[in-house]
Design a protein around this ligand. Structure first.
Ligand code: SAM
Length: 234
């Protein structure tokens, strides 16, 4: 990739970069690119882990996010993360980094080639994914090529049964029309409802029927609000 990693970042990302600094400074170099989640989105994910006490985490699409989140879980001394990755080379790069930082007991990358239509991670490796998931992060497979904008749609139907009561789903890249279409499709066919936050670039979803306590106090539970409290524009 030739573009600077910060291409597409907004002012709030610089602020969130500082918020993330305790995690950025505790390990080795991380290969940030334009494919990496924006710092503002990562803060939203970290806040969900902290405020929601998330411990059983699955991430679709690995990268610097996988390493940073593993560092956070180590700091909290609770939880584990499994990341699905279609690209064998990239799976190796991320897994090596986890190993170098002794984070491989906390997080691991599962190589899962894409298959089917739309192409999605092969089910073969999914038996290694936890049966009970409390946070699903959807940042893969890549969906930026024209005509492939809805490639992330299978994630929710495939994992719905494994998502525990009160679980959270976070979808990245919601500025793109494909991701908007995916959210509309999920909301039309499931009990999941999403809050879209342009500031962080992520949508945060919870089950409508099983989250009565959450709907009573969204400001206390939703990291989107927490992110705004950190000084980003309301
Ligand atoms: C949207 S990216 C996932 C990014 C990841 N969640 C993160 O925030 O770092 C989707 C795919 O792009 C590829 N990818 C991500 N970061 C990359 C990098 N720095 N260099 C090369 N490929 C990368 C991987 O195959 C990944 O599954």
């Amino acid at each position: 990739m030739t573009e600077p990693a910060s291409d597409g970042w907004r002012e709030e990302d610089l602020h969130c970069w500082h918020v993330l600094s305790p995690l950025l400074l505790q390990g080795g170099y991380l290969p940030w690119t334009t494919g990496s989640m924006r710092p503002a989105g990562l803060v939203a994910v970290c806040n969900e882990i902290v405020h929601g006490a998330r411990t059983q985490i699955v991430e679709c699409g690995s990268g610097v996010s996988t390493v940073l989140l593993a560092r956070l879980l180590r700091e909290r001394r609770a939880g584990g993360l499994v990341a699905l990755e279609h690209d064998p080379h990239w799976a190796g790069v991320v897994q090596d980094q986890l190993h170098r930082e002794s984070l491989d007991t906390i997080a691991r990358v599962l190589h899962a080639p894409l298959d089917g239509q739309p192409p999605w991670y092969t089910l073969a490796g999914l038996h290694e994914v936890p049966d009970a998931i409390d946070l699903l992060i959807i940042d893969g497979p890549p969906a930026f090529d024209p005509g492939h904008g809805t490639r992330r749609e299978p994630a929710l139907p495939r994992f719905d049964e494994r998502l525990v009561d009160g679980a959270t789903v976070i979808l990245d890249d919601i500025a793109r029309p494909g991701e908007r279409q995916v959210i509309a499709s999920w909301e039309g066919s499931t009990d999941w409802r999403f809050i879209l936050d342009e500031t962080t670039g992520v949508a945060i979803g919870r089950r409508r029927t099983r989250t009565l306590s959450l709907s009573r106090a969204p400001q206390q539970r939703n990291p989107v609000f927490r992110t705004k409290l950190l000084g980003t524009p309301a």
